[in-house]
Design a protein around this ligand. Structure first.
Ligand code: GLC
Length: 472
């Protein structure tokens, strides 16, 4: 970057120092992460919730049948009918509905009203035959927020994440709330299981690829699930029915976004702290706020606004749009990182079209470097979570099935994450294809995973086996 003026070069160096996480730090974070995963399973608990899911079986690959699935993630609401063919294959018919922004800060009643209307629309358009039957249609609900579960069909929302702030849901069972809304409208659907998207991803990926031992979402939010031996979950002591033994496995929805809520080890910048302070739930989801899609654009925006205020960028320009909170999302950074031109022409157009700011080539070089730094930090810190679960569960070689917009669409995210894993574990092989732990694209966890878990639950219930705690 010889042609970039000295003051901008100095700013770039400072940003590099703030956003770079070196190998030693990755290792330290990973080790602390392992301790925190353990703490979350203890009776006293810790920052990471480590939620018990009551998913007690691994898929066999032979699961069969048609299931209705509802997926409520961070951006869309999806309703699907999934047919599992019993041979590790499946078929999906689905409709997507955007979650209106106003709903994200509305009331429980508005939320469940909207959700039940979407379900009804789907039933009318795709499942007419089911509606003719006098019996209720069973639904697997993927609710991608932290929930305390006493059983597979029960989930009390612990806290909203990903910027949601809907009143009247925290502390309540979402299955009950949705059930009431459906009953009020006489929609013949019964919620038979509620799962997290990570648990669904774990099951769906394991169904098609039995080497999969973790399910991870790198999207609007970031989180992972894996199976833990019941004997390693002290907080279940005294709550287990007699047919669940110490050697059984239970899927744990880690909710690792809450890692380091006490701000002990992660390398926070002033911009991260600002995002936290101004979020609807300050002090929560510390790890997620550094790495998940919903925050990447905002970190980038805050840095640029500060550089403008300090006189380093966009001198004399009107930056009104850039000053609007949450104006940019992760796809904006992705496009900058994808710009193939040396003089960053696409970034130039992007800044004019989206922000009405004309940029110089030197400014664009800083902008590109900043996007790289934020994207790289996200991928490298995420790898600490993957490594920590592998260490905790004793996996020296496995696949982790991953899904989500950041994993699927953000340039270089996969390669940067793999590189960080190599550094954490001191792997010597040079070709990422040979790395023993690989993060690979997952199957649709929220749809296929929900259907699989509904099938596994049906099978347990028909054998008279428990799907919840004994105090149920
Ligand atoms: C947030 C949610 C978590 C979900 C993740 C990915 O972290 O709290 O439940 O799995 O986003 O969607």
């Amino acid at each position: 970057m010889t042609d970039v003026p000295r003051d901008l070069l100095e700013q770039i160096t400072q940003l590099e120092n703030l956003f770079t996480v070196d190998t030693e730090k990755l290792k330290k974070i990973t080790d602390h992460f392992v301790t925190e995963l353990d703490k979350g399973l203890s009776k006293a608990g810790g920052s990471i919730p480590m939620n018990c899911t009551w998913v007690l079986d691994w898929p066999t690959g032979k699961e069969k049948g048609s299931f209705l699935a509802l997926d409520m993630g961070g951006t869309n609401l999806r309703v699907a009918e999934i047919t599992l063919d019993g041979k590790r294959g499946f078929d999906v018919t689905q409709s997507k509905y955007q979650i209106p922004n106003s709903l994200k800060t509305g009331t429980a009643e508005q939320l469940w009203d909207y959700v039940s209307d979407c379900l009804h629309k789907f039933l009318l358009s795709s499942c007419e035959d089911e509606l003719k039957e006098p019996t209720e249609v069973c639904l697997g609900f993927t609710f991608s927020y932290p929930a305390t579960q006493n059983a597979i069909n029960h989930g009390v929302l612990q806290t909203w994440t990903k910027g949601f702030d809907i009143s009247g849901v925290e502390g309540h069972d979402v299955v009950e709330q949705l059930g009431e809304a459906l009953a009020k409208k006489n929609i013949p659907i019964k919620v038979t299981s509620v799962i997290n998207d990570t648990t669904g991803t774990l099951c769906a990926s394991n169904y098609v690829d039995p080497q999969t031992k973790m399910g991870i979402i790198f999207g609007t939010g970031c989180n992972a699930a894996y199976y833990e031996k019941v004997k390693n979950i002290p907080k279940l002591e005294g709550r287990l029915p007699s047919d669940i033994g110490p050697e059984d496995d239970m899927a744990i929805n880690c909710e690792w976004g809450a890692f380091d809520n006490e701000h002990y080890i992660l390398p926070y910048t002033t911009w991260d702290l600002k995002i936290d302070a101004e979020s609807p739930r300050p002090g929560q989801q510390a790890f997620e706020k550094l790495i998940a899609g919903v925050y990447l654009g905002e970190i980038f925006r805050l840095v640029l606004v500060d550089l403008y205020n300090d006189g380093f960028l966009f001198e004399g320009k009107n930056i009104k749009s850039l000053e609007t909170p949450n104006f940019l999302d992760a796809s904006f950074l992705a496009q900058i990182e994808d710009d193939p031109w040396e003089n960053l022409t696409e970034t130039e157009i992007l800044f004019v079209n989206k922000l009405d700011i004309a940029t110089t080539e030197s400014e664009r070089k800083l902008i590109r470097r900043l996007a790289e730094l934020i994207g790289t930090r996200s991928a490298r810190l995420s790898a600490c979570g993957v490594a920590a679960i592998a260490k905790k569960a004793g996996y020296t070689s496995c696949h982790a099935g991953a899904d989500g917009s950041v994993f699927n669409k953000y340039p270089h995210f996969k390669a940067r994450g793999a590189q960080a894993l190599k550094e954490i574990f001191d792997w010597e092989m040079s070709d990422p294809k040979d790395y023993p732990i690989k993060v690979v694209p997952a199957e649709d966890g929220s749809g296929v995973g929900a259907a699989l878990i509904a099938a596994l639950t049906d099978a347990r219930v028909s054998k008279g086996l428990s799907v919840g705690a004994k105090d149920q």
